[in-house]
Ligand binder design. Structure first.
Ligand code: GLC
Length: 649
């Protein structure tokens, strides 16, 4: 089933109408860690202008294995500065060194056998655990969130970050356009400035570069946030595939770490939510530091990261025709680890993936636990990408068979039970309950009284959408943009369903787009429901942030869905709205209010994915062939559920 992406058009081919693309106590795993303050590990080296054109193949040689983790005393402020400066000067010459052994991988699949780039970096504050064999390098490291008394983290922010921010506060220096509009020109410059470098190579983009707001973790490279940036680098005229390749390989190294939070170890395949580049004053080396949810607010698990990683890998492969990356044993192994997390047998009666709250873009408690649409759609998308990328050798064949079966089951379940339109709403409204037997009509025993009032008014006669969640006696009727658009792009939605979703968006424009695209979810939770569902979250008050806020980044997903369904005019309408305000407002992360009129209460400015999302929306509208690197045609082999209930079909 290793199809070399043959149905996919090379970049630039003529469009087809339908497819026109963070140690110490607790590290022994026996005792709970002491509560020792964690030294802040800062960011990064950023924005050195354009990505240097460095070839991975010729920069990474196989260096000697590192010394064991050293005990390091925190230096004084002035020595820190000197050390940092000295180290910064020397950082480029360290390029190509590997500080840490590959973790948790078969030697046969290790980086050393494939690509030297895929070796793992050890962050300061990590404790390596010795492994028995002297011949074999140690393959375990602990990911802990406290630092022992005798191990002090010495990673400090690289000065280049703040200098960069100060120099880049205003948009006024945007130069005249060489290519594209002034807004696009500014966007390209800002995207370029957000590049994060590791050992001289671009490995990702900062989440935001707001000089007037606390960085928190916005000075990190988020996996999900990098996707639009990576796509922009792939879609632009002078393609920059290196940053995408470096990102894919670096995040793959991070996956190789043992991820321990308190006394609990996360699954091998878990991909980080985010990472940053710090500077280890002891070793005078840059280090990657990853967050697998252990540092994240609320300790939320980034279930979506692994899926986005696979999706971006396929986009990279499709766009560059460089199959050698996906074919690397270490990359094949990384994909398998991600998929094994999701395809293992368990107690599930449903083919959808059971998740905790806050596991995706909405990374706070918002009632998206259970079987949230965004994860299911991304799961399906990643499975289809893996079908193309996995090699059938060794255990690959068996995994591909499991993927094929899951795709069948997942698409049937999703298309049938998540779909909502006027006719289906009416059926549920009239549901009988307490049906016992496998022939039950009301399979999940949904109590009609649980249907919220708003949905009766919101539902148009034409059109429909996939609802937010389906589980026993619980249907979350809220609209979620990401899941619906991903369902369209991956062809999880049938063509008729995709058309119906677009009809709903057009029909409910004021609600879903308003003055600034695009509502992440609709409607907002208010009053008692907001208190119960969000736990009184002051960031997610009604019509703000994840709770009915408007996110410019989503423009690219809407645009791609519009192009795929043959409605570019709809996307152009949304792009025009964005162009009226986004650059002038300083590229905010999100907008607040029922119609998205106000810059978000706590929105960061110069949010990278607001910038890159706009850019790829424009690149797709200008050249619809670009959509093929992020879209799938329908899999004709997948049987459709008999959906006779909808007038939209
Ligand atoms: C917020 C968003 C999350 C995003 C992160 C970085 O936490 O909810 O989706 O990845 O910011 O931009």
């Amino acid at each position: 089933m290793h199809e070399p992406l043959e149905e996919l058009l090379p970049k630039g081919s003529a469009p087809s109408p339908a497819a026109a693309r963070n140690s110490g106590a607790g590290a022994d795993g026996k005792s709970p860690p002491e509560s020792v303050p964690v030294v802040d590990v800062g960011a990064v080296s950023v924005g050195r202008g354009r990505a240097p054109s460095v070839s991975l193949e010729n920069v990474d040689s196989l260096p000697p294995l590192p010394d064991p983790a050293a005990t390091v005393a925190a230096p004084s402020a002035s020595s820190e500065r000197q050390d940092t400066e000295a180290a910064l000067k020397s950082s480029t010459s360290e390029f190509g060194e590997i500080e840490m052994h590959e973790q948790n991988r078969d030697s046969s699949d290790s980086v050393r056998d494939g690509d030297a780039e895929a070796a793992v970096e050890k962050p300061s504050g990590w404790v390596e655990e010795e492994e028995a064999s002297p011949e074999k390098p140690s393959r375990k490291a602990s990911f802990c969130h406290d630092i022992s008394d005798n191990v002090k983290a010495t990673i400090r922010p690289c000065p280049s970050l703040s200098a960069n921010l100060n120099n880049y506060d205003s948009a006024e220096d945007a130069s005249a356009p060489a290519n594209g509009s002034p807004v696009m020109e500014e966007a390209w410059e800002r995207l370029n400035k957000s590049y994060v470098f590791y050992k001289g190579k671009p490995v990702g983009t900062l989440a935001a570069m707001d000089p007037n707001a606390d960085a928190l973790n916005y000075n990190q490279v988020f996996v999900r946030d990098f996707v639009p940036s990576g796509l922009a680098c792939l879609m632009k005229r002078d393609m920059e595939p290196e940053i995408v390749k470096n990102f894919l390989l670096k995040t793959l190294h991070l996956q190789g770490w043992e991820k321990r939070i308190d006394n609990f170890t996360l699954g091998e395949g878990v991909m980080p939510a985010s990472f940053k580049v710090g500077f280890d004053l002891q070793d005078r080396k840059e280090r990657l530091v990853a967050d697998f949810g252990g540092s994240a607010i609320g300790r939320v698990a980034p279930v979506d990261s692994g899926f986005w990683w696979i999706i971006l890998l396929r986009s990279y492969t499709k766009c560059t025709h460089d199959y050698s990356l996906a074919d690397l044993p270490v990359v094949q192994k990384g994909m398998k680890l991600i998929l094994n997390l999701c395809l293992s047998d368990g107690f599930d009666t449903l083919p959808t993936l059971l998740c905790a709250d806050g596991c995706s873009m909405i990374d706070r408690r918002m009632g998206v636990y259970g079987y949230p649409i965004e994860i299911q759609a991304l799961f399906y998308f990643a499975l289809r990408c893996a079908q193309q990328l996995l090699k059938p050798e060794r255990d690959g064949k068996e995994l591909i068979e499991r993927i094929d079966k899951r795709i069948m089951a997942l698409s049937f379940h999703f298309r049938k039970y998540y779909w909502m339109d006027h006719t289906q709403l009416n059926i549920i409204y009239r549901y009988k309950t307490e049906e016992y037997s496998d022939t039950a009509v009301n399979k999940f025993n949904v109590i009609p009284e649980s249907i919220p009032d708003w949905v009766f008014d919101f539902m148009p006669l034409r059109g429909g959408y996939f609802i937010g969640n389906v589980s026993p006696a619980r249907m979350d009727f809220r609209w979620f943009l990401v899941g619906n658009c991903i369902a369209i792009l991956s062809s999880l939605a049938t063509p008729a369903q995709a058309t119906a979703i677009m009809e709903l968006i057009e029909d409910r424009w004021e609600d879903l787009i308003g003055e600034m695209p695009l509502k992440i979810t609709y409607p907002a939770l208010e009053g008692h429901e907001w208190r119960i569902v969000t736990g009184c979250d002051p960031k997610n008050t009604r019509w703000s942030y994840h709770n009915g806020g408007s996110w410019p980044v989503l423009l690219w997903l809407l645009t791609a869905a519009c192009i795929k369904t043959g409605r570019p005019q709809t996307a152009k309408r949304a792009i025009e709205l964005v162009e009226k305000r986004l650059a002038k407002d300083g590229w905010p992360e999100y907008y607040d209010g029922r119609s998205g009129r106000y810059i978000g209460k706590q929105a960061r400015k110069y949010q990278t994915w607001s910038i890159s999302g706009y850019l790829i929306a424009k690149l797709m509208i200008e050249n619809p062939a670009n959509i093929s690197i992020i879209s799938f045609e329908e899999d004709k082999k997948i049987s459709k559920p008999r959906l006779t209930r909808s007038t939209s079909f």
